[in-house]
Design a protein around this ligand. Structure first.
Ligand code: TMP
Length: 210
């Protein structure tokens, strides 16, 4: 079972991925909790290049290729292996983030992104994707509050302008609409425990758990 958690900044998806991983463990289900960019030693090095520094550090194409360089390493060394072992994989961001951020956000051609996906990941798609949706200003407020006091600030994307973040929110909703059998939109404006209960309910409703 391959489940991805997607959404804009400060939507609480990382928290929910963690809560679900702990809940699954209590049900004796082995789940690998991982993230993108990152999730393998090589990809974590690339993550650092992508999420720190100035907004204009990378051209959009460099950014796409770095995201996919990280994804290739993560896919080969973490996700593919875990799925082959029969483990569940909970991934905090995956390829929908590239379509939302670099595609809808920065204007990269969607067919080109699809081609990268096919050549690097192949035909495997997540079985289920939770798309966390939240007002952009509220999300950025939460994300910026979280970064306060951090020594290494992973704030490169958070520092991009509000219109960029609005395009990302709209992009994620569009992705969810186009692939409604895979994606479920989660209203992120609720208490974390309430959202967790919704997620568990969806897993039962979809027959992922019985
Ligand atoms: P995080 O803050 O959720 O850990 O993600 C790091 C940043 O990377 C986040 O601002 C979104 C961005 N990102 C992309 O722009 N494209 C991608 O493909 C991925 C996976 C993340």
């Amino acid at each position: 079972m391959f489940i991805t958690f997607e959404g804009g900044e400060g939507t609480g998806k990382s928290t929910q991925a963690l809560i679900l991983a702990e809940w699954l463990k209590k049900q004796s289900i082995n789940a690998v909790l991982t993230r993108e960019p990152g999730g393998s030693p090589g990809a974590e090095i690339i993550r650092n290049l992508l999420v720190t520094g100035s907004v204009d550090r990378w051209s959009v194409m460099s950014e796409v290729l770095l995201m996919y360089a990280a994804r290739a390493d993560h896919w080969e060394n973490t996700i593919k292996f875990a799925l082959q072992q029969g483990s569940w994989v909970l991934c905090d961001r995956f390829a929908d983030s590239t379509v939302a951020y670099q595609g809808y956000g920065r204007g990269v051609n969607k067919e080109f992104l699809e081609l990268l996906y096919q050549n690097i990941v192949g035909t495997t798609k997540p079985d289920l994707t939770f798309v966390f949706d939240l007002d952009v200003k509220e999300g950025l407020k939460r994300a910026n509050a979280r970064m306060e006091g951090e020594t290494i600030v992973e704030g490169r994307f958070e520092a991009m302008d509000i219109d960029f973040h609005q395009r990302i929110r709209d992009g994620f909703l569009e992705i969810a609409k186009e692939d409604s059998s895979r994606c479920v939109v989660i209203d992120a404006n609720s208490h974390p425990e309430e959202i967790h209960q919704r997620i568990v309910k969806i897993l039962y409703e979809r027959g992922v758990l019985s």
